[in-house]
Write a protein that binds this ligand. Sequence first.
Ligand SMILES: Cc1cc2nc3c(=O)[nH]c(=O)nc-3n(C[C@H](O)[C@H](O)[C@H](O)COP(=O)(O)OP(=O)(O)OC[C@H]3O[C@@H](n4cnc5c(N)ncnc54)[C@H](O)[C@@H]3O)c2cc1C
Length: 563
Amino acid sequence: MDLPDAWAGRDAWTVLDTHFQDGQRFLNLCRTWQRDVRRPRLLHYVGIASVVPQVDVHDSAPDDERRSLARELADQLRDREAGFHRILLNHAQVSLTLCIGDAQVMLGEQAFQADTLLCAAPADKWAVQLLARRCKRGARFWMDTMPPRGTTAATDTQLPGLLQATGFELDSAVRPANALCGTFNPRWNIPTGRTPSHHVAHSPGRCAVIGAGIAGTSVAHALAMRGWQVTVFDQEARPAGGASGLPAGLAVPHVSADDNPRSRLSRNGTRLLLQHADRLLVRGQDWEPSGVLEKRADGNALWHPLACWIKPAELVQAWLASTGIAFVGNTQIAALQRTDELWTLHDLQGQDVGRYALVVLANAMGCAALLNGSGPGVQLKPDLQDKLKALQAVHGTLSHGTYAEALEGLPQTPVNGNGCFIPHVPSARGVQWFAGSTFEPDAMAASDLRTQHTANMERLSQLLPLQGFNLGETLDRGPVAQWSATRCVTHDRLPLVGPVETASGSGLWLCVGMGARGLSFSALCAELLVARLGAEPLPMEFSLSGGLDVNRLRRLRPFAADP
Ligand SMILES: Cc1cc2nc3c(=O)[nH]c(=O)nc-3n(C[C@H](O)[C@H](O)[C@H](O)COP(=O)(O)OP(=O)(O)OC[C@H]3O[C@@H](n4cnc5c(N)ncnc54)[C@H](O)[C@@H]3O)c2cc1C
């Protein structure tokens, strides 16, 4: 192939590999990228594999960097199952989207065009067409003509004709053994909107993110990684002044019988959060990949090995510390106005606080007032108005304290179910416990703190009936503190992520509605937002991403608590 020359000077490069196998091709390309001084800022690699790849970590190649990459990859592949997985390597500059499952199905779930296509020989013209849909004009391809074991492919004599009819030009000079290579260059116009995301890549510029919680700062970080200059505004003086100020919380997958979108989102989102935490935080102090024991309503227990407790404010700070991000506190954004292709932000006093090509609202419940207060320039479609009206401010209180006495029989790891208990979290004041959380659908009518705390202690006694003492009552005897905030919950308890269609133009995006699972959802939602914005590979199945879209159809479902 013509790499690394072809990617010189480009911001990002995207490879589609329909035959990921043991990942060796990926590792080789990563090393080429790492060594190249002209490399693009980001390397996106989408690998399709029928089963979870087995990476050889005892590679005999005399290259420490490659071995360490192989180890990192093998570690990330532990316990992966069918579906899409976003894996960030090399300080998050290499984004691997591993799609495990049937190749045709996985190709159908994509929404991007590759710069380089590496593939096995397709079986028929439909398979060739699927590949063509995933290529940019000018994309170089390399096709192994020996079909992988157990699969069929068009014959060596059929293939060139099939490829040419679909827009793939074959190299005439070079004809490697058992392979075909060339360029995707159809004689016809490639229709716009060929990608289901319908987005044309935005070039990095100046962006404002409203809201310095875990949703806003994860978006800010993902944008900054792509070269955007990001200013994060918050009405509070410090970051994480809203629900993300939670002193400690759990990131843990949600499990459902039908593996519903929330389950898939929380499972893959938790794994992505673990990667960020591992890279940016101090283990044992800011977070711990402790695993979580779930006590289910049916009396069974379920162990989640890939789960953690985390202090979200620490991650918010770490994301904000990325190059290209500035934080501006004490600034409530009250209105947005579109002038000269830019969004002007106004504060409560009506002052202009900056102009930006892109604005992302990640201000939880505050987004509805901001959009509605922005005048005729931000006229929203009735369906979005309706979804904003349906947002619920769900109040919650977490009880916490340090141990007044040594307690025997406490679990070593966090427990969740109807409520949660995090037993051992280090802090400057000593080892802390956390028990929570209340869930009061009407924030305005929330009961007083004492009542909420009592509810937490009762829930704890049921969650963890211990021999010899009542845990709720015992912990309640020590000095106890409470922390409260409001969750932003959507009508179907899935976040709202995507562009807001307004009367006056584009460049306004939403990332809100993290509900009771913001720690699991935020990082993956940020990847989704930037992927759609930049026409990059999606971090999740296209069909799943549709369920998070701001413009999804509103299914009317009654609100149910999600402790
Ligand atoms: C008691 C409790 C326990 C929880 N436990 C867990 C848990 O264990 N696991 C889990 O995953 N989740 C948990 N959650 C939920 C989690 O905290 C949230 O999902 C997450 O923090 C939401 O992040 P966010 O960034 O969307 O919102 P926030 O953190 O609320 O951030 C929104 C920010 O926007 C700012 N803002 C609003 N309007 C404006 C404006 N107009 N201009 C400027 N700034 C503005 C606010 O000041 C705020 O800082 C819990 C929540 C509560 C209340």
